[in-house]
Design a protein around this ligand. Sequence first.
Ligand SMILES: NC(=O)CCC(=O)C(=O)O
Length: 258
Amino acid sequence: MKVGLLQFNVRSGDRKANVETVTRYMAEAREQCPDVLVLPEMWTTGYDLVNLAALADDGEPFGALLAGWAKETGATIVGGSSPVGVDGRYANTLYAYTPEGERILSYEKAHLFGLMGEDRYLSAGSAAGNFGIGEVPCGAVICYDLRFPEWIRKTVLAGCEILFIPAQWPLSRLDHWRILLQARAIENQCYVIACNRTGRDEQGVAFAGHSMVIDPWGVLAVEAGEEEGWIWAEIDRDKVERVRRKMTVFADRRVDLY
Ligand SMILES: NC(=O)CCC(=O)C(=O)O
C-alpha cells in the first residue's frame, strides 16, 4: 500500500486558497499511482473559529471535493478535517472516501483543544473512527485526541492495523508530537500515519510539519521536515501481524484489572 501525506501552509479563513493548493498537489499525486492520500486537520479554513458560521459547510462541498480527488487519483482519501455544521452545531469532522467516491468514514474529533479555542466554538464527537480500506481495518483520530491513549486503545480494540491522525500541531511541542506518535504505534502495534500542517497562522504560531509514518514496532518509515509537500511511504500489512505474533500485548492485557 503506497501512502502519501500532504503537509502545507493552511491559510486561515481562506477556503479558496486552500482548495487551490490541494488541487495543485492532487495533480502531482496522480503521477505517483497512490493507494491512500492523507490531508491535515482543518485544512479548508484553518482555526478561524470566530467566523465559523460563515466558513463552515454542511459537509458539502467538502465531501464532494474529496470524492472528486479520490476518483481522479484512484486512491482512498483520508481527507483531513474541516468544520462541518449541522443544525447550528459545528464539529471538527474527518471524512474518508474510496477511489470510487463513496464516503467510508465521518469522524468528529472527540477531545476539544482549549488552547486553540475549540471548546468555545465546536461540539465534541463521541463515536470511534473505525473504517476499512479494502480488507484492512483502519482507525482515525484527530490531533489532540492523540493525548488520550484510552480512546485510541478503544479504536484499536475494535479492529485497527493503520491509525490515521490529521493534525495542526505547533512546532513548540514537536517533541510531544514525535514521542506520543511513536508511543501510540508501539503500544497498539499498528502503523501510525500522522499528517500535520506547516507554516504560521495569522497569530504568528508556527506549526511543526514533521508528518510521519511509524511502523508497528515504532520505527519511523518516513518523516517530513517543515517544508510544504508530499511525503511517501509503503505500508506492509504483514508487519502488523508479525509484531503482534512476536509480542502478544493484546492477549497479555489484564482485563480483570482494567
Ligand atoms: N489542533 C490540536 O488539537 C492541537 C493539539 C496540540 O497542539 C497538543 O499539544 O495537544
